[in-house]
Design a protein around this ligand. Structure first.
Ligand code: ATP
Ligand code: MG
Length: 573
């Protein structure tokens, strides 16, 4: 590839809209361009990096016995109605009508389509197991598309689906996919960790997410300091507290003028936030619901959503709280509250706490559940915190940020029963197929790799994901010897199957060096003045800045050696 003929529109300035390194650098290095919110074009280098990820994913899925197919993106609503997800999926599902007013949607995931295929084509236990995958563009109308490729509305996913005769076999397939995922992310050169996860709108009984560890990750991971326990905080169960058995004191109304926030109320009343209980209002599929959590805790939205069995929960704003309760924000409390009330298990174990009095400028003290108010449900509804013990062994927990790059689910028979995907078993009886599904965010992996590998000058691609392996700088376009050497190195490298970008642009050396750093290509060869002076070309490693001085005829074998080394480091035997 010749730079002069390529579309690599690098930018000098940091784009204002980019908040995180991968977004900023993908734009600056000319890998992607935004078309509209959450929708990007992959330019040649961006696409080349994506193809590298795809290739690794394909190799490992095929090795594990899965087969590639390609399903349609446009899907009939009726198929989604069979599983109830047309209504349940929420606004991320883009629904539309075609010219015949047939309702359709753009596939955010393909359980319905693949289950429809399975019920038509698989008849007997002899046809099972089947493990099928595709690499395809998905559309999810994300409420907050952001961070470039990290959370797009349109993005590339590998989604795979397995069909087995029974739970045991389905469990084996799950393990096979789990192991394939470990190989995939290892080969990509990522620092990752599998964690127990919530199954979300895909459903099913059991799932693991694969998380790339990075400070900019949108997920919080809970990792035990002692045992193997690791979970997404959406899933991490809080160990129930011991009930406080103190005698119930008499409830008392206290004037708290203008004190609306937890710290202000606590300071005014000379109490700790752990002695106060917050009343939070959420909209669950639009319906207001109140949740009690301790003053120093946060409601965990996914736990709330699962408890209520709704598609979507969102915090209510001040006006919505007022409309639903008639109480101004800051003074809401459970005593006499007119909307459904859920209580976090920790609050249910507390005695004599402080809450809002449902009246402006007042709070209540010595409030107790059971005596002063009733709960519609008590459950684990809060975000786990670092001072909670490990739910598995009781040791200390650590919290880390992570980027979800993959998710494997045990689906069981939920979809096959809803859609009547049955096979005839050995005993002649019809049984539902036992399913699993397995996703990988192909485009998100490129962003996650950059989050883990960059410096102030640009990206630093791990060799297995690099769009190209070598960038070759010709620093003497008007010098016959330099140009001849650069051109012949370019040809020799290509003949060896090495992916090389020849910077043959008529630009200053400093400009070319800057772009080379920005693009993040792992190896840089400079052919310049040192050639005529000392017969030397320079080889530089992008990752650590180390340089080697070599004669031109040594380059091809040295580069081959380095690439082989970098690739084999990342391959598991
Ligand atoms: P998230 O919690 O980040 O929204 P999800 O749980 O909805 O992800 P899955 O349904 O499990 O995601 O999709 C499989 C994979 O697709 C995810 O592990 C992730 O890597 C990727 N993915 C999901 N949503 C997006 C998106 N909006 N942009 C890019 N990649 C995505
Ligand atoms: Mg999502």
């Amino acid at each position: 590839m010749r730079y002069s003929q390529s579309l690599i529109p690098t930018l000098k300035e940091n784009p204002a809209e980019a908040e995180i390194a991968s977004h900023r650098l993908l734009l600056r290095a000319g890998y992607i361009r935004k078309l509209t919110a959450g929708i990007y074009s992959y330019l040649p280098l961006g696409l080349a990096a994506i193809r590298k990820v795809e290739q690794i994913v394909r190799e490992e899925m095929n090795r594990a016995g899965a087969q590639e197919l390609l399903m349609p993106m446009v899907q009939p609503a009726d198929l989604w109605r069979e599983t109830g997800r047309y209504e349940k999926y929420g606004p991320e599902l883009l629904r539309f009508q075609d010219r015949h007013e047939r309702e359709s949607c753009l596939g955010p995931t393909h359980e319905e389509v693949i289950t429809d295929l399975a019920r038509r084509e698989i008849r007997s236990y002899r046809d099972l197991p089947k493990n099928l995958y595709q690499i395809q563009t998905k559309f999810r109308d994300e409420i907050r598309p952001r961070f470039g490729l990290m959370r797009g509305r349109e993005f590339l996913m590998k989604d795979g689906y397995s069909f087995d005769v029974d739970d045991t076999r389905a469990g084996e397939t799950y393990q096979l996919m789990f192991d394939a995922y470990k190989r995939i992310f290892t080969r990509c050169g990522l620092d990752f960790r599998p964690v127990e996860a919530d199954s979300g709108s895909i459903g099913g009984s059991f799932s693991h997410e694969f998380m790339v560890l990075a400070d900019t990750g949108e997920d919080t991971l809970v990792i035990c300091s002692n045992c193997d326990y690791a979970a997404n905080s959406e899933k991490a169960a809080v160990v129930p507290p011991v009930t406080d058995n103190s005698p119930l004191l008499e409830m008392e109304k206290v004037e708290t003028p203008g004190k609306r926030k937890v710290p202000a109320v606590c300071e005014f009343m000379a109490i700790e936030p752990s002695e106060l209980v917050k009343t939070m209002v959420y909209k669950a599929d639009g319906e207001p619901v109140a949740i009690l959590v301790r003053g120093d805790r946060e409601v965990q939205g996914v736990k709330l959503k699962n408890l209520l069995g709704v598609a979507d929960v969102e915090m209510a704003d001040d006006k919505e709280v007022y409309d639903a309760t008639g109480v101004p924000t800051g003074y809401l409390g459970p005593v006499g509250i007119p909307i459904k009330l859920l209580v976090d298990q920790e609050v249910a174990a507390m005695r004599n706490f402080v809450v809002g009095a449902n009246e402006k400028n007042y709070h209540m003290k010595n409030v107790n559940m059971g005596r002063d108010f009733e709960a519609a449900a008590v459950a684990d509804l809060r975000q786990i915190s670092p001072d909670d013990p490990c739910p598995s062994c009781g040791s200390a927990l650590g919290l880390k940020e992570g980027i979800e790059v993959g998710h494997v689910f045990k689906l069981g028979t939920g979809y096959s029963e809803a859609m009547n995907a049955v096979f005839q078993d050995q005993d002649g009886k019809d049984k539902p197929m036992v399913m699993g599904c397995y996703g990988i965010g192909i485009s998100r992996i490129v962003a996650a790799a950059i989050e883990q590998n960059h410096d102030e000058n640009g990206m630093i691609f791990p060799m297995p994901l690099a769009p190209l392996q070598v960038i070759l700088l010709n620093l003497g376009l008007n010098d016959e010897q330099i140009t001849e050497t650069a051109e012949s190195l370019y040809n020799d490298l290509q003949d060896k199957g090495i992916e090389v970008l020849l910077d043959d642009r008529d630009e200053r050396p400093g400009f070319k060096f800057k772009d080379a750093d920005l693009l993040g290509i792992p190896l840089r060869i400079t052919v310049g003045k040192r050639l005529s002076k000392d017969g030397i070309v320079e080889l530089r490693h992008r990752s650590n800045g180390a340089t080697e001085e070599l004669a031109p005829e040594q380059i091809v074998s040295r580069i081959s050696e380095l690439i082989e080394e970098a690739m084999s480091n990342k391959t598991i035997s």
